[in-house]
Write a protein that binds this ligand. Structure first.
Ligand code: PXG
Ligand code: PLP
Length: 442
């Protein structure tokens, strides 16, 4: 009886869910069955306002026609083409379209399937670049405390989230970390970039002095740390990091998996802050989250360092089966069209003031100890329930879902990052719903 079902069709146990309290979830599942524009539809038929753009990725809103059509057409025309030693036209078209909107100086794109893969790709590029230039002793990588760079071994090594690291052995060697820039005692309730903390970039000089610049390949940071609760760089901090990297011949990588594609009201955070790294990692918003895809942007100098040796030989021994997958490319082109037609990459700048006012109106609500905002991102930090860290915010998450809004929590921080199509009235709705929830929390 080989075809006998081993599980009942709706059994939830087979699927081991990522980053989820599996046992708790399966006792009281929260399911989405549909989505359109700013809303999800739940399995019990309710509309839920998307306060987080899915997982920070659905920047153009849900089930947008251009993207749906592009995927449908591509699936019927060319479903897959080998990524290695073969090409197909739209991956080249997409690369050009991306370079058009990428920060000045970024001239080449390498495709991946996720932010985690973009990060590991960028780290490998950095080390291999130095080696290609005859500087093979530059192998160390510098990340930052509270940094999130995905879940692959490279990313968790440079990342700074203890629970994402501690279960997984000794990770990459030769990695050091900058201190994080979260200084609530000085910067609480700052609007936009906080005043204090630029000097924390000088810690890079200390790290360089310890290891010697000649051993360091790259520094990787998120311009705004998203996952660990929207930590906004102090004024001047990123420029200082840039200056120290330049001084010592160290590559600077900005991980723009969240901040890319309009989240701050500019194409990229690089544009927002006016500080240009050597490599930019992206994912999420490149396809509106609809099909997995990531893209790594590099300066000409980095790309060109690999383009030597006999021309029939592979220059960079790296790539994925699905690098530049045609359907993902089609989704990305449909996404870029939608962003362009609706001006979405800069819409966050128009809404930023309204968004900031709405968020900061929660200042005097129960348990709120800090509020942070930049572009169309916000965080509301709550005092933890004594003895039960993260419980209060998780309760806010569940109650918000029940009342009709999707929010995201990390520890005791509520993070909000709605699709860039959000209307002002929906901002009010989201913030008022959160206000109501805060007033019910233990
Ligand atoms: N870098 C950064 C800066 C990210 O934010 C990744 C890399 C990894 O991307 P992938 O596509 O491999 O997941 C991310 C992803 C959250 C949350 O709620 C954040 C992410 C993913 C899922 C949840 O904070 N960031
Ligand atoms: N594992 C095996 C056995 C493979 O053959 C491959 C790719 O050919 C991979 C892993 C890597 O898969 P991907 O290219 O999708 O990252």
């Amino acid at each position: 009886m080989s075809n006998r079902l081993k599980v009942t069709p709706n059994d939830l146990s087979a699927f081991w869910m990522p980053f989820t309290a599996n046992r708790q979830f399966k006792q009281a599942p929260r399911m989405f069955v549909g989505a359109k524009d700013m809303h999800y539809t739940t399995s019990d038929g309710r509309q839920v306002l998307d306060g987080t753009a899915g997982l920070w990725c659905v920047n153009a809103g849900h089930c947008r026609p251009k993207i749906v059509e592009a995927i449908q057409q591509q699936a019927a025309e060319l479903d897959y083409a080998p990524a290695f030693q073969m090409g197909h036209p739209i991956v080249f078209e997409l690369a050009n379209r991306l370079i058009d909107i990428a920060p000045d100086g970024m001239e080449h794109v390498f495709f991946t399937n996720s932010g985690s893969e973009s990060v590991d790709t960028a780290l490998k590029m950095a080390i291999a670049y130095h080696r290609a230039k005859g500087d093979g002793s530059r192998v160390r990588l510098i990340g930052r405390e509270r940094g999130y760079h995905g879940v692959n071994f490279g990313g968790i090594s440079v990342g700074g989230i203890v629970s994402n690291r501690k279960m997984f052995g000794s990770l990459l060697t030769g990695v050091d970390h900058l201190p994080h820039t979260h200084l609530p005692e000085k910067n609480a309730f700052a609007r936009g970039e906080p005043e204090h903390g630029a000097e924390l970039a000088n810690e890079l000089e200390r790290i360089v002095a310890l290891h010697d610049a000649s051993t360091i390949a790259a520094v990787i940071v998120e311009p705004v740390a998203g996952s660990t609760g929207v930590l906004i760089p102090p004024k001047g901090y990123l420029q200082k990091l840039r200056d120290i990297c330049t001084k010592h011949g160290i590559l600077l990588i900005f991980d723009e998996v969240i901040t890319g594609f309009g989240r701050l009201g500019t194409n990229f955070a690089t544009d927002y802050f006016g500080v240009t790294p050597d490599i930019i990692t992206t994912a999420k918003g490149v396809t509106n989250g609809v099909i997995p895809m990531g893209a790594v942007f590099v300066k000409k100098e980095i790309h060109d360092a690999f383009m030597n040796g006999p021309e029939h030989l592979i220059e960079f021994f790296h790539g994925y089966t699905y690098s530049g997958n045609p359907i993902a490319c089609a989704a990305a082109l449909g996404t870029l069209d939608t962003y362009r037609e609706e001006g979405l990459l800069t819409r966050g700048a128009e809404l930023a003031g309204y968004w900031a006012d709405a968020l900061h109106s929660l200042k005097d609500e129960p348990h709120v100890i800090d509020i942070r905002n930049i572009g169309l991102v916000g965080a509301i930090e709550l005092a933890p329930l004594p003895g039960s860290p993260a419980k209060r915010a998780f309760e806010a998450f569940v109650k918000s879902f029940e009342r009709g809004a999707l929010i995201r929590t990390t520890g005791d921080i509520i993070a909000l990052s709605p699709p860039l199509i959000i209307a002002r009235g929906q901002i009010d709705e989201l913030i008022d719903l959160v206000r109501g929830v805060l007033r019910t929390l233990e």
